[in-house]
Design a protein around this ligand. Structure first.
Ligand SMILES: [Zn+2]
Length: 273
């Protein structure tokens, strides 16, 4: 997939509100639908990509802000962009549906990290989490060899090849599901008198998965912040491969916690002795 011209992809956004269990666009003549490209900051150095930002959303308020800033995911209509030409149209998406997509994105990110870091237990957990998320909707197939609860870590390590294969297959399937509507178009530019290639990306969700797909093809290393209370993801650069926290404040916080834990441990040992 070549990313030429991808920054010309357009999506519409407008301020939204939370209404019950839904996120809903506000009709406001001063803030009509505004077009932008979800790929504007894509690939920019030291900038979190949109799908990583999406995966880190936690509260309803954060979800609302994300939708206000980047538009609806496009879950209802694949042709949302056409509907948006009508400025009066009200769009809504349920918070449950959005949360489902956040969880799915997170699990796929965690799965790719577990595979990159060769952690069989984490990979198997991520596969199980995806299965749990899809319960009643779709079956996630996990090879019999690793689909048992009583497996020890050493068993799992021995079955690394099976886990790896299952994980890669799952990542590819999940991402391809969202790339189905993404395609290239041929355009004839009359003023330039030449043929050009354009991208057709039907939804914001598809745009985010396109970025994810391009990043995986580019061999990017993506990690979740090692501070367990921080939901952020970041890209690891070649000159900084040991980085495990998304920023220095998370590193400091975790160092403090570890220090306190160590001290408590020492105290316990002292009272024991
Ligand atoms: Zn962090």
């Amino acid at each position: 997939m070549s990313s030429e011209n991808i920054k010309e992809t357009q999506w519409a956004k407008r301020p939204v509100i939370i209404e019950g269990n839904k996120i809903r666009s506000i009709f406001d003549p001063w803030h009509s639908w505004q077009w932008y490209s979800p790929f504007d900051v894509y690939g920019r150095d030291r900038e979190e990509n949109l799908y990583m930002r999406f995966a880190a959303l936690e509260s309803d308020e954060e979800i609302k802000d994300f939708i206000s800033n980047y538009g609806f995911l496009g879950l209802q209509e694949s042709s949302l962009r056409e509907v948006m030409i009508d400025d009066d149209i009200v769009i809504e998406e349920t918070i449950d549906e959005i949360r489902f997509q956040i969880s799915r994105m997170r699990i796929i990110l965690n799965l790719q990290q577990a595979i990159t870091e060769k952690k069989p237990l984490h990979s198997r957990d991520a596969l199980n989490n995806l299965r749990e998320l899809y319960k009643g909707k779709k079956t996630i197939i996990i090879s019999k060899a690793i689909d048992q609860n009583n497996l020890e870590t050493t068993d799992l390590e021995r079955k690394w090849d099976v886990i790896k294969l299952d994980s890669h297959r799952t990542i590819v399937q999940e991402i391809n599901l969202e790339l189905q509507g993404v395609h290239q178009l041929l355009i004839y530019d009359v003023s330039a008198e030449r043929y050009l290639q354009r991208w057709s990306i039907p939804t914001l969700l598809a745009a985010m998965y396109t970025m994810f797909s391009l990043d995986l093809q580019g061999g990017k290393i993506l990690r979740k912040c090692a501070n367990p209370t921080c939901p952020k993801y970041f890209e690891v650069y070649a000159n900084d491969t040991r980085k495990i926290y998304h920023d220095p404040s998370c590193a400091a916080l975790q160092a403090q916690r570890n220090f306190r834990r160590k001290k408590e441990q020492q105290k316990k040992e002292q009272t024991k002795g």
